[in-house]
Ligand binder design. Structure first.
Ligand SMILES: NC(=O)c1ccc[n+]([C@@H]2O[C@H](COP(=O)([O-])OP(=O)(O)OC[C@H]3O[C@@H](n4cnc5c(N)ncnc54)[C@H](O)[C@@H]3O)[C@@H](O)[C@H]2O)c1
Length: 358
């Protein structure tokens, strides 16, 4: 087992990583649980797979509540429902919420824990690649609003994150591929060696050889925790984690959040960002080809022939308005390094989007 620390002063917390470490949960959480009432928040897919096991590890009296699975559940009404479940289970200020699931469960359980009795302890047990390498670390919690994704929420750090790669064995293949987009992102923004490893090991990783996922998950957590420790509230370097996301969010918006999983939209977004970097003279065509080949090796898309370019540009402008008039783009200048640009004109954005039409 490896242990990392997200260094945030008195809100610092450990990330425990290792295959099969779930069985050590009672020992890992001994500091956190302090013997109060505990509730597991999960969803209708993960609950039947791991809910009972985690409940019995956490001891008698542990309550379990399961949300229906799916992004469409990530809405404010479900926070009200979760708080009702917490009250019925007898939770008080000394209690603990355990998020057992993917990013949807983690974001919602974390937000509910942040607002319930003005904040109770919570622990993340992420069960998707997206959640293990990204959403469980860093304290962004929240829900969607019909007028905007992830627009309601709070920064609320967990007390611990327990990452057991063995839980990925039941994850559907499409979710594995989509999760790998976030790992590729970490390689491009911060670690050329990680990127080269991903190029070499795509077969083993897609075959769910959990051993092959050890290093990329650990490295991703190291990269994310280091950035979060530097810039918890995204006033500076944390924005680098949004590489590919400005295009990706526009692609999700124009496809009404139904055609692509987030990681698939991110894959398209990273390719567009690579093309943009080339247009801006920051990388050469070889960079674009190399990044594209790696994305494709994970069965992720780099073209969408029907992409409505005007609508996507409009969605990016909307994003810009939401961010006080400045569209901040994260653009690579080599594998393993990115810079922030706020001076990119619409023509360059249009070219990058056009490239996605193939
Ligand atoms: N807070 C953050 O910093 C952050 C970062 C990235 C993404 N997110 C959010 O995370 C969400 C996406 O997360 P996700 O990709 O994990 O999606 P998800 O939580 O919807 O999980 C994907 C699917 O896999 C199922 N599943 C989960 N674990 C499983 C397992 N081990 N075996 C079998 N099935 C399993 C789920 O029930 C679901 O159907 C989005 O809402 C996104 O906004 C948040």
């Amino acid at each position: 087992m490896k242990t990392l620390t997200v260094a945030l002063g008195d809100r610092s917390y450990p990330i425990y990583l290792g295959k099969g470490i779930l069985d050590r949960l009672p020992a890992l959480l001994v500091e956190v649980s302090k013997g109060g009432a505990t509730i597991i928040v999960t969803d209708s897919n993960v609950g039947p797979l791991y809910g009972e096991r985690v409940a019995s590890l956490l001891g008698p009296g542990t309550a379990v509540c399961a949300l229906p699975a799916g992004e469409e559940q990530k809405r404010f009404a479900q926070i009200d429902w979760l708080c009702g479940q917490f009250l019925e289970a007898g939770l008080d200020r000394g209690s603990m919420v355990v998020a057992l699931g993917g990013g949807v469960v983690g974001d919602m359980a974390g937000f509910a824990a942040a607002v319930f009795m003005r904040g109770i302890r919570f622990v993340q047990i992420p069960t998707t690649i997206v959640a293990q390498v990204d959403s469980s670390v860093g304290g962004k919690t929240g829900v969607n609003h019909p007028l905007g994704k992830n627009t309601i929420g709070a920064f609320y750090q967990p007390s611990a994150v327990v990452i057991d790669m063995a839980l990925l064995e039941s994850l559907p293949d499409r979710e594995i591929r989509a999760g790998m987009a976030e790992v590729i992102k970490h390689g491009v923004i911060a670690d050329a060696d990680l990127f080269a490893y991903l190029e070499r090991e795509s077969r083993a990783i897609l075959a769910k050889n959990v051993q092959a996922l050890d290093m990329p998950i650990l490295r991703s957590c190291e990269i994310k925790s280091a950035i979060v420790a530097m810039d918890e509230r995204e006033h500076g370097r944390r924005a680098e984690l949004n590489y590919g996301h400005t295009f990706g969010h526009a692609i999700e918006a124009v496809s009404e959040y139904s055609r692509f999983l987030h990681g698939e939209a991110l894959a398209l977004g990273m390719h567009a960002a690579g093309v943009l970097a080339c247009t801006l003279g920051m990388v050469d065509a070889a960079f674009v080809a190399r990044q594209r080949a790696c994305i494709q090796a994970y069965g992720l898309p780099t073209v969408w022939p029907e992409l409505p370019v005007d609508a996507a540009l409009e969605a990016m402008r909307h994003d810009k308005k939401a961010r006080s008039g400045k569209l901040k783009l994260i653009v690579p200048d080599r594998i393993g390094h990115v810079v922030q640009r706020t001076d990119v004109d619409d023509a360059a954005l249009r070219d990058a989007l056009e490239a996605l039409r193939g």
